[in-house]
Design a protein around this ligand. Sequence first.
Ligand SMILES: *Cc1c(COP(=O)(O)O)cnc(C)c1O
Length: 412
Amino acid sequence: MTVTHALEADVLRRQDPELADVLLGERERQATTLQLIAAENFTSPAVLAALGSPLANKYAEGYPGARHHGGCEIADVAERLAVDRAKDLFGAEHANVQAHSGSSAVLAAYAALLRPGDTVLALGLPHGGHLTHGSPANFSGRWFDFVGYGVDAESGLIDHEQVRTLARTHRPKAIVCGSIAYPRHLDHAFFREVADEVGAYLIADAAHPIGLVAGGAAPSPVPYADIVCATTHKVLRGPRGGMILCGAELAERVDRAVFPFTQGGAQMHTIAAKAVAFGEAATEAFAAYAHRVVANARALAAALTAEGLVVTTGGTDTHLITADPAPLGVDGRTARGRLAAAGLVLDCCALPHADVRGLRLGTAAVTTQGMGEREMPVVAGLLASVLRGGTEAARAREDVRELTAAFPPYPR
Ligand SMILES: *Cc1c(COP(=O)(O)O)cnc(C)c1O
């Protein structure tokens, strides 16, 4: 069953043409604009099929073999498959696949290790920390005492000396490494060493790079962190959801922190889809994909630099790039709007040590579409021409249509 078939499925179209048109419209939008949001990707038709399966109907509070509902025999098989595949894929002693999202995974990690009022050291929000790393608008900032480390103003790299100094001064209960915008590999051994020195837990929030880790294209936090939090829908290319990896000694605390502490019934269709995605991620083809994602990001960063944007840290090790478009006469927020109108969809983001906002983009989705290092300068050229304005900018929407038509995300 292709996705085309699923979305135009006669049942839905006959019963609810209005909603069927909405889904069709979104499929068209995704297929005819450039998906450069660093956190997005295209799941496989197999993942979408699992998401649309009757496991969506099943209540399964608890864990395999110990549920609060009857009739969970088959749901148990699905969850055990997902757990075993995740453990194999990442070499982890324990995996919890029930977290509804990346944020839920982080909430559960804190719940497993911390008490309200505890001090936590994490990358500051203006430097690329996630909302769950201490934002006053989020439970994390309300319930814990966050101290933020940052990146160096010159290099854009994490200031390791500052991390060590802040850890010694504040003696946090946990140190968080992980970011929504940091384009470089993290030195997990360094964070482990500092955590050990001050007696803190180390939580790796690997929501972004976990897919690269699965494909062997980024270093794994699993051997170093007490708990690894992740999403399954970013580079990993699975369904929208979260995941937690840890050692056997924390397994029970983590599981109880997810259910019953912060969540109710597991979303069994999503867990089945996670199992499918982990199966895909264990293949040679996915490893090749993960390496292509990074090669494309490097090529795109170089091309953006050549077009005059200032790429943070001078490049990337991952799928993710942040850049300041100021040399082209525009700030990140205005740029995002103009680019969206031309069919280039990406985010604006905080730039460390700057008042203006920058751009954040990634290559996970365009790489899934089959674009390669040849297309990256074309993408950079389109982006820059839109920001510069003029006649080329007026043509950009049509050029984007042509480019995306050559790389359909799903079979037509
Ligand atoms: C994406 C992300 C999250 C949150 O994931 P959601 O599924 O959107 O809740 C948490 N932490 C980091 C570092 C992320 O990049």
